[in-house]
Write a protein that binds this ligand. Structure first.
Ligand SMILES: NC(=O)c1ccc[n+]([C@@H]2O[C@H](COP(=O)([O-])OP(=O)(O)OC[C@H]3O[C@@H](n4cnc5c(N)ncnc54)[C@H](OP(=O)(O)O)[C@@H]3O)[C@@H](O)[C@H]2O)c1
Length: 346
């Protein structure tokens, strides 16, 4: 299948590697402006591929791995995706949060995508790691090896000093920002917008109805100045952020997406941290009998945990492309799209 990767950032690099590694996919284009002219292989930390990053998407594609950011441009990202679907290309992307659970997406967003998928005869899958497999297929799968389940908790535990996204770390997550100002990521209703779909998908898979979705936020100030690759984070500003998005069933907290984020490992030592002391982990805890705890510690790009997590998100998407090509045209969620084993890669 002729595949293009659109985007050259963290997810774009991981997407290039995942496409190149897939025996059924051929990387024919990489789209981006800031890295225009660079070799796509070199950009992704591979041997040169003889394929230069170009500003425009070519025609005749079977699939587009859309890794351009949709964070501050969800409408533009949805328009790009619509165009690709209408041209008949399968699209996989992590970039539009309200489409992770298409069932609960606003009709104004979903409608044009449905039409384009039908007209082009193509399928769309929007997913990632968290939101993504860390709070959809993996926890749901693990409930299948439990006798009783009283709660499903999905944790992302990260030291963001190693996350190559200074803008997101400071402005969205609020690290180094004033304690009297709520960061955008945890402004009321934002966590539910990003992770609510994950709770709804888990609830559907487990056959329960959510009464409501609640948000809980806790923040910690830095006791002293911290300096890292992103510069200075001053004493007294935010150094830790912990929040939960909770799915309430019959009045009880049954499904939880929890994020524990620090700008340095010393912040909030009483909060959960990766068991091996590393910079990041995803952990699923199935409370019940037996109690089940599974931790995923992925690394990439020189041992970096954030890059490792992004690489799993990219692989989940890219590995779904052959299944999506054979699926009926339309929008698919993580419960529809099977986790494809690494056939032909060993
Ligand atoms: N759920 C998950 O697990 C997960 C994990 C990581 C990221 N994400 C999402 O994935 C997306 C990409 O993240 P990232 O970490 O790869 O971001 P990034 O490293 O900042 O890269 C951003 C990419 O978006 C492109 N871009 C930025 N502004 C654009 C614009 N106005 N028009 C067109 N393209 C534009 C850039 O284009 P150029 O190539 O021209 O520079 C670059 O390729 C984000 O929406 C992020 O929220 C989700």
């Amino acid at each position: 299948m002729r595949v293009a990767v659109w985007g050259t950032g963290n997810m774009g690099r991981a997407g290039i590697r995942a496409v190149v590694a897939h025996p059924q996919l051929e990387l024919v284009a990489v789209v981006g402006r800031s890295r225009e002219g660079e070799d796509a292989g070199t950009l992704a930390g591979l041997d040169p591929l003889g394929l230069a990053v170009a500003p425009e998407l070519p025609g005749g594609l079977d699939a587009v791995v859309y890794m351009a950011s949709g964070d501050v441009r969800p409408g533009d990202a949805a328009a790009d995706i619509t165009r690709c679907l209408r041209a008949g290309a399968v699209v996989v992307t992590p970039s539009v949060y309200s489409l992770y659970d298409p069932t609960s997406a606003p009709a104004s967003l979903r409608g044009p995508l449905d039409d384009a998928a039908r007209d082009g005869g193509a399928a769309l899958f929007v997913s990632g790691i968290d939101p993504g497999w860390g709070n959809d297929v993996l926890p749901v799968l693990l409930t299948g090896i439990a006798s009783t389940v009283t709660q499903v908790r999905c944790q992302e535990l990260f030291d963001y000093s190693t996350y190559d996204q200074p803008d997101a770390v400071r402005n969205s997550v609020g690290m180094g920002g004033p304690m009297d100002q709520t960061p955008i990521m945890v402004a009321p209703s934002v966590p539910s917008m990003i992770w609510g779909g994950q709770l709804r998908m888990m609830a559907r898979a487990l056959g329960v109805e959510l009464d409501e979705i609640r948000e809980q936020v806790e923040r910690r100030a830095l006791d002293e100045d911290v300096t890292n690759a992103m510069g200075l984070f001053e004493k007294g500003t935010q150094g830790g952020l912990r929040f939960e998005v909770q799915g309430i069933v019959d009045g009880h907290v049954k499904l939880v997406v929890e994020h524990v984020t620090r700008i340095s490992p010393e912040v909030a030592p009483d909060w959960p941290a990766p068991a091996d002391g590393g910079a990041g982990a995803h952990r699923i805890v199935i409370e019940g009998r037996p109690r089940i705890e599974v931790t995923i510690e992925a690394t990439d790009e020189g041992g970096n945990r954030a890059a490792g997590g992004n690489a799993t998100a990219a692989a989940r998407l890219v590995n779904a492309i052959p299944w999506l090509r054979d699926a009926k045209p339309g929008l698919y969620d993580a419960l529809d799209v099977p986790l494809s084993p690494a056939v032909g890669k060993l």
